[in-house]
Structure formats: C-alpha cells, structure tokens
Design a protein around this ligand. Structure first.
Ligand code: ZN
Length: 1034
C-alpha cells in the first residue's frame, strides 16, 4: 500500500504523527485544530455567590448579577451559581452542539430542576452535550434539553475548590482560604465527532509505537499505519477521513492468539469521603461524578462502573433523589455496580474488630435493602495497610474476594503477588487481586494495558487482571475518550484482550483457574504512611472512647431489656451513632491525613456520639433494678469479674475512691468503706527517689519520673533493664520526604533526644489507702511540657501513667520508652479480635521496614516465664526493637492541617510485668479493663448479679446487642483470644427460647448445632475464631 518511498527514519515518522494531532503545534493546519467548528456566544450569563452550600431550589430564587468570561470568583469553599441563557443558531441543524465550559473549581450543570452533568477541567470534562445531532427539539428521559432558536436556561453550580481542595503551594498543603476561581470559557460550539474518532485512532497507534518500542515489530506496523493515515487524511476535507479510519480499523482488528492475557476494564471514581475538602463537599462530588457516569451509560450500553461506600449512596439518596433513582435503574441493568460491602472505605488498621464488623453490617444491609443484593467483593484500593483479621471478617460478611492495590506504594519491599490467596490469623483465606497497573485511576491508554500485563507477578498462574479507569475525587470518573480507547483494542494483536467487565466476572475467572496461585499469610503491611498510627491524636482517642461507649450502651440496654418490660432498646439512635463513628473511620479521617476543616467536623461528630450515647447509657442504667435510695451501683460490661479502684461521684471537691468487685457483665453495689488488705504506699527517700508499692509491684521512681526499677514482688523479678530508665520520654525530628501527616521515615530514629529538663521534680501526691500516686512535670522543648501522675492501685498488676502534654511543636515526634529485661525475637501486638507477632530485630528488609508498627490496646514482649505488656487507652503506634518497648505519643506535621495536634492532650498508658505468658497472666483482660471503665451510677443493687459469663479466659464476649431487624432476639459475639483450641460454656441469666449460630450479618446458620447443657451453651473454638449467636429471648 505504500506507493511513495518511506525512508528508514523512525523518529521523523513518529514526530510527524505527533504534530498531526498536537494541541500545541500546527493547530492551524493539523487535525486537532479541526476538532471544534463554529463558536456562538451565550445569550447571557449572570452569577450569585453563596458562602454556604445551598440546594438548587433555594439558589435559583436569588438575585443574579451579570458577569462575563474572564471574571474571577471566590473565595475558597464558596459556591458560584451561574445562570446561563443560550440559543442555538438555526444554521447548526444536524450538528453536534456542546456548551463548552472551562473554569477553575468543580461544576454541576442543572437543567429543568435536575442535575445533569459534572464539569471539571482537571477531570477532562469541559463540555455539556446539548445535542448530538441538532433537530427541532430533543430530550433525554422526560427532560427537554434543547431546541432550535429557543432560549434555554441552564444553571451551573460551581464549587470554589479543586479536585484536590485548595492546597497553598502544593496539593497536600493546608488550604489557601482566599483563592479565586476564574471562568475561562463559556460558549456554544460545534463539535466534530468524526475528527475526535480519528484523533483517538491516531493516539492509540502512536502510543503503541512508543510503548512497544523498537524491539517489537508490531510497533513498526503501527507506525507505518499511522504514517499512511496522515498521507490519506486532509484535515480540511472530512470526506478524506473514512479512508484513514478504515486503515486504523484494519490494524486494530488484527487479532491476538487464544492465550493472550485478558484485561477486565471497570470504570471507577475513587471518591475520598473527606480529605482535602470537608464531608459536605463530598456529597456534591458524588453527585457530580455519578451523574456524569449516568450520561456516559446512556450513550455506551457496554460501559460498566464500579462504585463503593454505602454512605455515599446514602448521601445521594438524601440530597439527590432523582439522580438516585437513575442510578438504581442502571444498577438493575448491570452497568452501575455497587461494590465493597462496607459503610465507607475505612482505614484497614485502626478500627476495632467490632467496628470492622459494623462497617460490613451497615454497608451490606444498605446494599441489600436498596439494591437487592449483598456485595461479593471487598473493595479497598487506597488504605494504609490491611489487618490480618480482615479475611475472617470478610468471609463472615458473605465476601470471599478482595481488591486493593495500595501495597504497590511500599517504600522498601516489592510485594510478590498480584493474584493470590490471603490468609488471616485464623486460617481463613480470601482470593485477593491487586490490579497490576498499580492504580485505581487509569485512563485506558496503551501504557495502562501494557503495564497491566508486564507488571503482573503471577504470569502463567493468573491470566485475568482488572484495570480500573476514571478520574477520582470528583473528577467524574471515566470519559468518553477512555471508553473509545478501550473499545478500539478489544482484541488487537500485541495488546492484551480488553473486555468491559464486572468484579464478579473477573473473580469468577480467577476462581475457576486458581490451582497455581500462591498464598500470603498474615497482615498486608504497608511500608509507608506509618505516621498515621499517631497523627491527629484527638481523633484516635475519641474513636477509641466512642467504640467503648457504644459497646457499653449496647450491653447496658440489653441488660435493661431483661429487667424492665417497658424499656425500649434505642435501636434507631444507635444506628445513627454507629454510622457517624463508621464515617469517621474513613481512610483519610481516622489516620489523620485530612485538612483542619475535616478534623473539626470529625470532632463534632464524636461529641454528638458522646453526648447522646452517655445519655442512652444513663437511661439504660436507670432501668436496671434498684430501690429508691442514695446508693451507688457499678456496671461491668466485660465478661469477667473485675476488682478495681474507682472514683465515686463527688459530693464536694474531695475525690472519693472505692475498691469494688463486680461480676461479669453485671452490676454490684458499692460499699464505700471497703479497703484492701494491704494499703498502697508511696515514700520519698532521702536521695529524692520515690518508692511505690501495692503488694504486687514495687516501683522506684527518680526525680524525672522515670522508672529506675519495677519489681514483680511475687517472684522478685526486675522489669527494667539494668542502668536504664523506664518511662523515658524521647523527642525525634520528624521530617518525611513528602506525605507530612502520613509518613515517618526510618531516618528519624537517628535524631533521638531524651526529655530530661525538670520543671517540677517527682513528689508524692497520695499514699496509704487504696491508691498511691506521684506527680512531676518536664519541659519537652520550648513551650511544650509534660505533666504526669504515676498511679498505683490496690489489687492492680500494672502501673498507670496519666499524662497531660501541652504540645507546641513543628515536625517533632514524642515517644515514651521502656527498656525491659526480656529477650525475644518477636513482640506481640493486639489487633482486631486477636493478636500477631512482629520481629524485634532488623535482619531483613522486611523486618526493618516495620520500624514503626500499629497495635490496639496492648503490646507484649515475653521470654519463657516472664514478660512485660505496655497498655494504652488511645494510642496505636508502637515499636519494639530488641528489648526496648516504645509507645508513640504525638506528632507535629504541618500538612494538610497546619495545626495538627497542637494544644493539650490527655491520655494514659500502663506497664504490666507478668509471670508466664501474656495469655496466662490475663494481659488481654487487663487491657480491656484499662479501656472500659466500670460505669458508676446512682441506684441500690440488692445483690450483685451477672447476665453472662464464659467458662474460659481464652474467650472474650465482645458484643451484646439487640439483633438487627428481629424482635425478641439478642446478638452476641465471642472470639478466641489466646490462639488456642477450646471448648467453653456460656452461661446467661436470660431466659432463652432458642439459640442459633449466625454469621456476622446475623443470618442464622442452622448447619451448626447448638449444644445446651444444664450450665449453659457449650461452644468450641479454633484459634482466633469469631462466633456470633442469636439468642431468642422469652
Ligand atoms: Zn482514598
């Protein structure tokens, strides 16, 4: 076909094609310059500015002022409502006509009271298609969208923030509050679809030339095809396009062999529920993005779009009911695919086990109620690590497939698999897929396809991969161009086969041929963003406190239900509160990687939870049996008996303490005079050191508040390493490479400075009776100080450190260290419903990559016969290197929240030396006790009573709540916490009609028989197994 000589000069041929479609060079004569035809101005444009985000119906009532292209609006976070009047000229009959809108900010077009399309420069959505072929009048659905020579009115709602907020100077910097947003273009234009089609052909061919390179003959075939197309094509003469197009089609139609890799393309728009913008803006981002997706679906019946996060669907349902019903229509058609099964895409490390279950419970129930089905895939592409308990929780919630890709961000080690079985701590495995393109925002380009094949680390084992394409975060997801690209190369030699697909189809293929897949056991640890275990300490503390409080409200309400017929379980309020808590567990909120506005919102939600839940707890406690007296009762919501020192409600300024014993999941009366056999003493010695002793522990404290010694009295065993100090604060420089709030880098360890400046030396605060305490204060640096009270209680096997920090730092990291007399290659950390081990050495790159790790309520370092546990009430960052146990306390990043963590912090931690293993010495139970205060209320309990007890300390009764959507039924959840196989008896004072096993979605499983004995229900557990039961009560 090449009649004229084509010289052997790859470079000039390639650049010739590039210039033919360039949007910078030669647009006066090249093909790109012909993309748009005639332009026609708008009839008029006017604007109304609003500080608040207001609904359409309210906006259009406002007073609009004339404005023009080139004007700027703002400031940041305001909204501009534009009223646009337009008239399409009669001479444009038969043409495709667009409203071309280019502006800063994120826009939504409204027509006939409905949102119809999103607009964003950053998401390559700058056209609203008024008609594809102008006729007298045209409509989509019931809505007339245009007609010749008639004035049409549209509104454009423009949010004054970018796709990624409004960072000052860099994307993740704190927002610039005074940014202006400019309207660059607003006009009618004729769009030449045939030019666009040809440009797409050229682009795909050109990319094949470049990506396949000089080593592939197919790249040269693409080059000669494109070159000949330039020869055939005269941009000024659309009649010449057909010949060029048919050459391209012939090339794309040359097929692969049967063995070629299959790429399952799925449209996606990853929308962070809050991040560099507040929650409220996310609601509009969802609407703008999804309405754009609906428009694309109308034109492309093959197009499939995957969409996660029940909360976002709920927002759209509440705020955009018309759009929600359109979405439902396309869900029914199988194009709009709800995925994930969770309430939000939550953080994968920090939420408690029960929180993770509720993420699925609320998410799956929403998907089932609204759309008729549970999700079959867990979808979490952007979270900073994945707990080793997730496989069991997923399976329990009807999900055995998992998609993510975040481990491609690992800074040190390359994760070895893309498609594999992921096995959790209990042995449950789920089929897991990391899209090999290493992104959830691909563009459907040749490069994305080739990367998907080349990066696949399971070549020969898995021949199917996912490709997620579309702009995220309000970028509106996929574009027509992306769909056109993928459509051209469905089966083109030398590229993978491409099919528009769903997660279900992809995983079905992977499942059907999984015999060669590898297995990864344990957590999926992200070797980056380790600062997120500590950043925004208040969010983390309130999350822990609210998890605890909601637990207690549920337990207390169930107890009240059993004791008082008139008590109404607050199911609706609890649902609202849980959903607020679950929302704040989003993967940029609880990790602390969000802007200050989001922190404010999150803290307000926590306050709402705290206020309402405290009232609910009180209501429930009041309904527990008591005689009308001035007595004081105590509620224990945990499943073991507790003996503890508590503070009583104060009558005057003096604090009153009492030692109480409360049965498991039960209530007891407080006898204020109760004293322990041995009183707790703190004594100042002549050399300034202080000795504290409670019969179990003997602590020696220096004037800096440091532990010089901590003796376990029973065995005379010393805890603190010789010549070292426990409770040693240390300050580190903390300047990461880029992701400020997210990252702490390994090199920060080289900058350690012990905190040793005394403001007030240690002194005895309290001695004798059932509690002793010592206080002191230190200067950390400049204005930052620590004030601490070291507390030892009667009958308590740990020493508590109640800490108040005033924190005014920049790029510093505060930790507290305990060098202990223990040698072990591994330390143990609590995770959701269990624990796991991580190394204390740095042998390999996989070991030293975990220089900062996460844990929940405790970490333990044990050798045979002895160990030390470090408990906390609100922290998540730990490290145990050799024999030094360190708890991470506070960071001071400056982006994206300039004021992150500045101010006052109050938190506690505790050190518990023990004999035997941490299991035998009940570290797990004491860490629960440390986090779940005994709840004191007014009332007289005639005699102590217990609602539930479990016969083995290995089993934790974690949850007692009313069953969802089922009257007269309780749901209880237990888990095996020791890593052992055990048979136990669960006893209860409730009168039970029936007991059923059920899954985490509370669906009864009648295949598992329930064995009841005279003393209760007999249950067997495998290591770390979670069991849920439905108790049908009389
Ligand atoms: Zn994200």
């Amino acid at each position: 076909m090449y009649h004229q000589p084509v010289l052997k000069n790859r470079r000039t041929l390639l650049e010739r094609v590039e210039k033919f479609i360039s949007d910078i060079y030669f647009t006066d004569c090249n093909l790109r310059g012909r993309l748009f035809g005639d332009i026609y101005p708008l009839e008029s444009i006017s604007v109304f500015l609003s500080e608040k985000r207001i609904p359409y119906s309210e906006a259009i009532q406002q007073n609009f002022q004339p404005c023009k292209v080139g004007d700027s609006f703002g400031p940041t976070w305001w909204t501009c409502w534009f009223k646009v009047n337009l008239k399409i000229p009669e001479t444009w009959g038969g043409k495709e006509v667009h409203l071309r809108w280019e502006s800063d900010g994120e826009g939504m077009v409204w027509q006939n009271q409905q949102p119809v399309q999103g607009l964003t420069n950053e998401g390559e959505k700058t056209s609203y298609i008024l008609t594809e072929c102008l006729k007298d009048s045209e409509s989509h659905g019931l809505v007339e969208i245009c007609s010749i020579d008639k004035i049409i009115t549209l509104y454009v709602e423009l949010a004054c923030n970018g796709l990624f907020g409004a960072g000052q100077g860099s994307m993740i910097a704190a927002p610039d509050p005074n940014r202006k947003f400019t309207l660059q273009k607003a006009e009618l234009v004729v769009f030449n679809r045939d030019v666009m089609e040809l440009l797409t052909d050229f682009e795909m061919l050109l990319d094949m030339v470049k990506v396949l390179g000089e080593g592939e003959q197919r790249g040269f075939q693409a080059l000669f095809t494109a070159n000949e197309m330039v020869n055939l094509c005269d941009p000024a003469n659309p009649g010449s396009f057909a010949a060029a197009r048919s050459l391209a089609q012939k090339f794309f139609a040359q097929k692969n062999g049967e063995s070629q890799h299959v790429v399952h393309a799925m449209g996606h728009c990853h929308i962070d529920s809050a991040w560099l913008w507040p929650y409220e803006e996310t609601i509009r981002k969802c609407a703008r993005s999804w309405v754009t997706v609906i428009r694309l679906m109308e034109k492309n019946p093959e197009f499939v779009f995957t969409c996660s996060q029940a909360q976002q669907f709920q927002w759209v349902k509440s705020w955009y009911p018309g759009l929600f019903s359109e979405i439902k229509h396309f869900i029914q058609k199988g194009q709009f695919i709800p995925v994930g099964g969770t309430w939000v895409e939550m953080d994968g490390n920090l939420p408690s086990g029960e929180s993770m279950v509720r993420q699925f419970l609320h998410g799956q129930n929403f998907f089932k109620d609204e759309f008729g089905n549970y999700c079959k895939e867990f979808w979490l592409p952007d979270t900073f690590g994945y707990s080793a308990q997730l496989p069991q929780i997923m399976k329990g919630c009807g999900i055995s497939r998992f998609i993510t890709q975040k481990l491609s961000w690992n800074l040190i080690n390359t994760f070895p698999h893309n498609t594999f079985f992921w096995e959790g701590i209990d042995g449950t495995a789920v089929l897991t897929h990391f899209p090999p393109g290493n992104s959830y925002e691909m563009k459907g380009k040749v490069e994305d396809l080739i990367n998907t094949v080349k990066n696949n680390k399971d070549k020969g084992r898995a021949n199917h991969s996912a490709l997620l394409f579309g702009f995220g975060d309000g970028g509106g997801g996929p574009t027509q161009l992306m769909l056109d690209r993928l459509h051209r190369v469905k089966d083109t030699d030398c590229l993978p086969k491409v099919q528009m697909s769903t997660p279900d189809v992809l995983f079905s293929h992977l499942e059907s041929d999984s015999s060669l897949l590898c297995r990864w056991v344990g957590e999926l640890f992200l070797e980056l963003h380790n600062g997120t275990y500590t950043t925004q300490a208040k969010i983390k503390m309130k999350n822990r406190q609210c998890e605890t409080l909601l637990h207690d409200v549920e337990v207390a309400s169930c107890l009240a239900l059993s004791k008082k017929d008139s008590f109404k379980y607050p199911a609706c309020r609890l649902q609202e509160l849980w959903r607020l808590l679950l929302l704040n567990q989003f993967h940029d909120v609880i990790p602390g990687s969000c802007i200050g506005m989001v922190v404010e919102d999150a803290l307000q939600y926590y306050d709402e939870i705290h206020t309402t839940a405290s009232r609910l707890l009180l209501d429930a406690c009041k309904s527990l049996p008591s005689s009308p007296d001035n007595g004081i009762a105590v509620l224990n919501t945990l499943s073991w008996e507790r003996t503890e020192v508590i503070s009583l409600p104060m009558k005057d300024t003096e604090t009153r303490l009492a030692l109480v014993r409360v049965p498991s999941v039960g209530v007891a009366h407080v006898k204020e005079t109760a004293e322990s056999a041995e009183s707790v003493i703190a004594t100042m010695m002549v050399n300034g050191t202080i000795i504290m002793e409670n019969g179990l522990l003997k602590a020696t404290i220096d004037h800096l508040g440091r532990l010089m010694s901590l003796l376990l009295i029973q065995t005379n065993r010393e805890t603190i390493s010789e010549g070292c100090f426990g409770n040693q604060f240390a300050l580190f420089d903390d300047v990461p490479l880029y992701w400020d709030a997210w990252d702490v880098m390994d090199y920060h360890l080289q900058t350690r400075k012990p905190v040793i400046e005394v403001i007030e030396p240690a002194k005895v605060l309290k001695s004798g009776g059932i509690q002793a305490s010592v206080s002191f204060s230190l200067r950390i640096n400049g204005k930052s100080t620590i004030q601490q009270e070291i507390v030892l209680d009667a009958c308590c096997p740990y020493i508590k450190f109640k800490t108040h920090v005033v924190w005014e730092e920049a790029h510093k990291f505060l930790k507290v260290e305990f060098p202990v007399q223990v040698r072990s290659p591994e330390a143990t950390y609590e995770i959701q419903f269990g624990h796991l081990q991580r190394p204390t050495h740095r042998n390999t790159s996989w070991d030293w990559a975990r220089f900062e790790v996460w844990g929940h309520k405790w970490a333990d370092l044990s050798e045979h016969g002895f160990g030390v546990a470090l408990l906390n009430d609100s922290k998540y960052g730990y490290s145990v290197h050799q024999n030094i146990m360190t708890l991470s306390l506070l960071r001071a990043p400056k982006a994206p929240d300039l004021n992150a963590d500045m101010g006052d912090h109050i938190f506690s931690y505790a050190l518990m030396p023990h004999t035997g293993t941490f299991q035998e010495s009940a570290v797990i139970q004491y860490a629960y006790n440390f986090n779940y205060p005994l709840r004191v209320h007014h009332g007289v309990i005639p005699k102590p009573w217990s609602a539930f007890s479990v016969s083995s300390p290995a089993i934790i009764l974690e949850t007692i709540k009313k069953a969802e959507k089922r009257e007269n039924a309780l749901l209880i959840r237990l888990y095996e916490s020791h890593g052992s196989r055990v048979t136990v008896t669960l006893s209860t004072s409730f009168l039970l009609q029936e007991v059923w096993h059920c899954d985490l979605l509370e669906r009864p499983d009648f295949r598992i028989p329930v064995s009841e004995t005279t003393s209760g229900i007999s249950l067997t557990f495998k290591p770390f197994q979670i069991r849920s039961l439905l108790l049908i009560i009389q």
